[in-house]
Design a protein around this ligand. Structure first.
Ligand SMILES: Cc1cc2nc3c(=O)[nH]c(=O)nc-3n(C[C@H](O)[C@H](O)[C@H](O)COP(=O)(O)OP(=O)(O)OC[C@H]3O[C@@H](n4cnc5c(N)ncnc54)[C@H](O)[C@@H]3O)c2cc1C
Length: 452
């Protein structure tokens, strides 16, 4: 089908907006990107702190073997970052480090939690697989719902809660159980959902044989190299990127978009791709239906606190990241120089240590606790800290929690589409952002606006 070239305005130059701009320009449309900050990348950037190069939070890119970002790379990128395999996930508790127990067999031997709890949880896991095969699980079932009758010890409950916070940013009472199946399902490219009782057996097989996170990688040079690869793949005869341009409103006529306003004037548009917080969309646009506004504004964000440490000698293993399960607060620890030594001066280690910030938490108290936890886990580290840099950021623009739907790509306004991490209940971070862009492209294909 031949398609007409349209004037597109993409609002926001985070990875969702930039991937959308790249794909639409390569599909032949004229694209203007407006970004309110002076730099592109949103929360997917790297920058210098003295001689160290830190990312906006530690980033490991998931599902790169055939997942959504890989599909976009294959279809639209001219240059591709170098991806270094993530390696092992380690669980560090107060006594020692252990590899993450990916399989049921390894979980059976995972001794930070009591043996009786392990047996009970293995029974729960296999029962959950059958409930799923019978389609008895949906996004309204939380992790807590399936274990509420179990008699688990406080340390087991704390481990489960930490894993939920790691996967969704919220605790087990709000984490949908389906979040834990999502990573298993993505390889079934042609299936939108479980369709076959044999999936029960496949699920169990996966739980028995899974080798670990083999499809996860760190982009050499820092997460900014992903943004740089997108920017250098842009067909600049069709794309204009305006930084320090804040969108202040979206103009419509007869229920369809006509343009985007910024402080420097209005940019006419046949199509608008919106990537800032969807909960703020109603402030830019009048006349949205009330129930739609309620859906958008009910979404919640979760903040993350990251501490970057530059160390003058290595304190962390060389092949992966660590999950600290019984520290207060629990943390995810990624030594990025293990993937790329050039991120720090020769012989130094750069490590990002991230934790969730619940709304009721006082940042200064969590900072103090986090530093104390680091010194407790790694005695003597304080004498080797050459650089300390803190970040408070929002990893996903909406948390995937039970009972909340994220809005679809299509909106009630003609020509206005949503992309970003608050438009899709799948995976997290860059991977979720990439899914949202694939959803945009699928939607536009169905409407005959793009052809390939
Ligand atoms: C601590 C931390 C750890 C993370 N770890 C990982 C990880 O391991 N793996 C992973 O894949 N991801 C990770 N992420 C998340 C990932 O970086 C983000 O989810 C992703 O980059 C979000 O992209 P986005 O484009 O949807 O949103 P954003 O990056 O938020 O982009 C939105 C853009 O819109 C712009 N904007 C907003 N309002 C306006 C306006 N009015 N006018 C113009 N522009 C506007 C903003 O300035 C911004 O540039 C992590 C993030 C953090 C903070």
């Amino acid at each position: 089908m031949d398609t007409m070239s349209q004037n597109v305005v993409v609002i926001g130059a985070g990875i969702s907006g930039l991937l959308s701009a790249l794909a639409l320009a390569k599909e032949g449309h004229h694209v203007t990107v407006v970004e309110r900050e002076s730099e592109v990348g949103g929360v997917c950037r790297s920058y210098r702190v003295g001689p160290y190069k830190v990312d906006t939070g530690p980033h490991i890119i998931t599902r790169l073997n055939g997942g959504p970002l890989r599909r976009l790379i294959d279809d639209y990128f001219d240059t591709v970052p170098v991806f270094v395999p993530h390696g092992e996930y380690y669980v560090r508790s107060s006594d020692k480090m252990r590899p993450f127990p990916w399989t049921l067999k390894k979980f059976a031997l995972f001794d930070p939690i009591p043996k009786s709890d392990r047996i009970e949880l293995i029974q729960t896991i296999t029962s959950v697989f059958s409930q799923r095969a019978l389609r008895m699980l949906n996004d309204d079932v939380s992790v807590q719902d399936v274990i509420h009758n179990a008699t688990l010890s406080p340390q087991t409950l704390s481990f489960i809660d930490t894993m939920c916070r790691f996967m969704t940013g919220t605790g087990m009472e709000r984490t949908p159980l389906t979040r834990f199946f999502d990573s298993q399902d993505y390889k079934n490219k042609n299936k939108k959902e479980v369709q076959d009782p044999l999936d029960y057996l496949n699920g169990i097989k996966n739980a028995i044989t899974k080798k670990g996170a083999l499809d996860q990688y760190y982009p050499k040079g820092g997460v900014q190299t992903l943004i740089n690869a997108i920017m250098s793949s842009m067909p600049y005869d069709l794309v204009e990127i305006r930084t320090s341009h804040e969108m202040t409103g979206i103009e419509t006529r007869d229920g369809a978009v006509t343009g985007v306003t910024t402080k420097s004037g209005t940019i006419p548009a046949d199509m608008v791709i919106y990537s800032p917080l969807v909960s703020e969309l109603p402030t830019y646009l009048d006349g949205l239906p009330g129930d739609y506004v309620d859906e958008l504004t009910s979404l919640e964000t979760v903040r993350a606190l990251t501490l970057w440490l530059g160390l003058d000698e290595p304190f962390f293993a060389t092949d992966g990241s660590e999950i600290w399960i019984d520290s207060d607060p629990p943390c995810w620890v990624v030594p990025t120089t293990n993937y790329d030594a050039a991120l720090a001066p020769r012989g130094h280690q750069l490590v990002g240590i991230a934790t969730n910030l619940r709304p009721d938490m006082d940042i200064e108290t969590v900072k103090r606790d986090l530093l104390a936890a680091i010194k407790d886990r790694l005695p003597g580290i304080e004498d080797h800290i050459m650089m300390e840099h803190w970040q408070v950021l929002v990893p996903e623009k909406a948390a995937w929690v039970v009972g909340r739907r994220m809005p679809a790509c299509e909106t009630p306004v003609g020509g206005l589409y949503l992309v970003g991490t608050d438009t899709m209940c799948k995976s997290m971070g860059v991977t979720r952002a990439s899914y949202s862009v694939l959803e945009l492209l699928d939607t536009l294909k169905r409407k005959g606006i793009i052809s390939s």
